[in-house]
Design a protein around this ligand. Structure first.
Ligand SMILES: [Zn+2]
Length: 501
């Protein structure tokens, strides 16, 4: 009797302890708890839109709307004490909340900065690479969306939660700014050790030019790998001396001071992740492989197009904006545009003085300050989808455990689909889905024109193979297939969008 009544409690307790163990699970970069095993304990690490990625020419799209990064209150007084710590995975400096990025649609408040590096035997340890080139190290200045979330811990798993500035570091000239904290590094040799260091000008850790950068949507590069990071990786690297590099790479341990088997802290970079169907926006135009690159994928322009599809003048789109709805294909689009206009002369040709591009530009500039685009964003983006699922769970009186289980199992997949809509090129099925809500002659003609245009583009070998139409009826699939696709449109995950209804 005792046993019978006790058993459920004991088993509950065991479950609780098991959960505790998982949440406190250690992770490392190599060995049995290494990167290969992260997805087992942290499902997002095996999900979509992970970081880092190789910033290679083929992924880049010039986006003229990307403003220079503006940072505020980075110049800290020596009277302000900063905490420099070894957390077993990196060295980290806590940053005061007055530091923030002011050039993004929301205020992103600084929380901490940390580094990733190679080892004394391998002077390469950056996380992002540029056309496969790995730099010696990389610094991340982590910020959270303080307009929307009260703290970094609340923001960390939200799709618009974090903004990280990434700085690539090469070995070269001695860097006096990095020395401001590296000179204290012997005080934090072991895990969990902390020292106070005088404040200094954090701006000096960044490259001189803050207007040239790569921008893409990615994730934390450490567990739990939430796909919540708006990445800005500066185009220009900074240097530190070999001696400065070795101070990090050979004097730190990932184990605590009491550990009888100390483990060196180096090689703390995550391996490259698939680009999925992402593109990388760049704020600069010059440079190899970028000439003539046309942006159709800027989030703001894309939102503008979606808005146009939802409520705008479809005849305008069919006339001037048709080529913008096609998957981006760099400079080829310019040529295609002419072809299309000749071939599709039956499309309603409406005279207009202003090109769609410029009207969208204006629209996006106005919307930027508002920070939302109503319908377009709500209908298609991850945030609203996540909220919808959560609300349904609450209505169904689902317990906390169920909510958590759904988060772990289903949200990585939700991410994939919704991020594709919000953060990659518009695909034909998405456009058609939107157009179905507008049963007008213009909608029909636009769809017809697009179908022909898309079919034409399929003649390119990269997108030749046709994709089977698959039904997505529920959220139950936990696995996220890894289908390599570079320019493969339409993306199979985007075909029907029943999940939206
Ligand atoms: Zn990092």
């Amino acid at each position: 009797m005792h046993f019978l009544s006790f058993t459920p409690i004991v088993s509950l307790l065991m479950t609780f302890l098991a959960v505790l163990h998982v949440s406190a699970a250690k992770w490392t970069y190599g060995g049995p708890d290494g990167q290969h095993y992260w997805p087992k304990k942290y499902p997002y690490c095996g999900g979509a839109f992970q970081s880092p990625i190789d910033l290679k020419s083929g992924l880049l799209r010039f986006d003229p709307t990307l403003r220079p990064i503006e940072i505020q209150n980075y110049n800290l007084s020596p009277n302000e004490q900063l905490t420099l710590g070894n957390n077993g995975h990196s060295v980290q400096i806590s940053l005061p909340s007055k530091m923030h990025i002011s050039s993004l649609p929301h205020r992103y408040t600084a929380a901490q900065l940390h580094l990733h590096w190679g080892s004394s035997g391998r002077l390469a340890g950056s996380e992002h690479t540029v056309n496969s080139k790995q730099y010696a190290a990389e610094m991340h200045v982590v910020h959270f969306n303080s307009d929307k979330y009260p703290s970094i811990s609340v923001a960390v798993d939200k799709s618009d939660g974090l903004a990280v500035l990434g700085v690539l570091i090469e070995i070269g000239e001695f860097n006096p700014a990095f020395e401001k904290f590296l000179r204290f590094i012997n005080g934090i040799k072991y895990k969990d050790q902390k020292v106070q260091v005088p404040g200094f000008n954090i701006r000096e850790l960044l490259p001189a030019r803050l207007d040239e950068y790569y921008r893409y949507d990615g994730s934390l590069t450490t567990p739990p790998c939430y796909p919540s990071v708006l990445w800005t990786v500066f185009r220009n690297h900074v240097t530190i001396s070999r001696k400065q590099f070795l101070a990090m790479a050979s004097s730190l341990y990932s184990t605590d001071a009491q550990d009888l088997a100390p483990v060196s802290l180096n090689g703390n970079y995550r391996r490259l992740q698939p680009a999925d169907s992402r593109v990388v926006l760049v704020s600069f135009k010059e440079g190899k492989g970028l000439q003539g690159t046309l942006t159709v994928t800027s989030p703001l322009v894309r939102k503008g197009i979606v808005q146009q599809l939802l409520v705008g003048d479809l005849a305008d789109l069919a006339d001037e904006g048709l080529y913008q709805l096609l998957p981006s294909g760099s400079e080829k689009l310019h040529g295609k545009k002419k072809d299309l206009k000749n071939q599709e002369s039956e499309a309603p040709a409406k005279s207009k003085q202003q090109t769609l591009n410029s009207s969208l530009w204006k629209k996006s500039q106005t919307d930027r300050s508002v920070g939302k685009l109503g319908l377009a964003e709500d209908a298609l983006c991850f945030v609203s989808l996540e909220q919808r699922v959560s609300n349904q769970q609450i209505q169904a009186h689902a317990g906390d455990q169920l909510v958590q289980a759904v988060r772990d199992a289903a949200f990585p997949e939700l991410n994939l689909r919704s991020y594709l809509d919000c953060k990659s090129d518009l695909a034909l099925p998405t456009i058609r889905h939107i157009l179905h809500r507008r049963p007008t002659d213009e909608a029909y003609e636009l769809e017809h024109s697009l179908k022909i245009a898309f079919n034409k583009r399929k003649t390119s070998p990269a997108i030749k193979q046709s994709v089977p139409v698959t039904k997505y009826g529920g959220f139950s699939t936990a696995t996220v297939p890894r289908k390599p696709h570079s320019q493969g449109y339409p993306h199979p995950w985007l075909l029907p969008m029943e999940w939206e209804d």
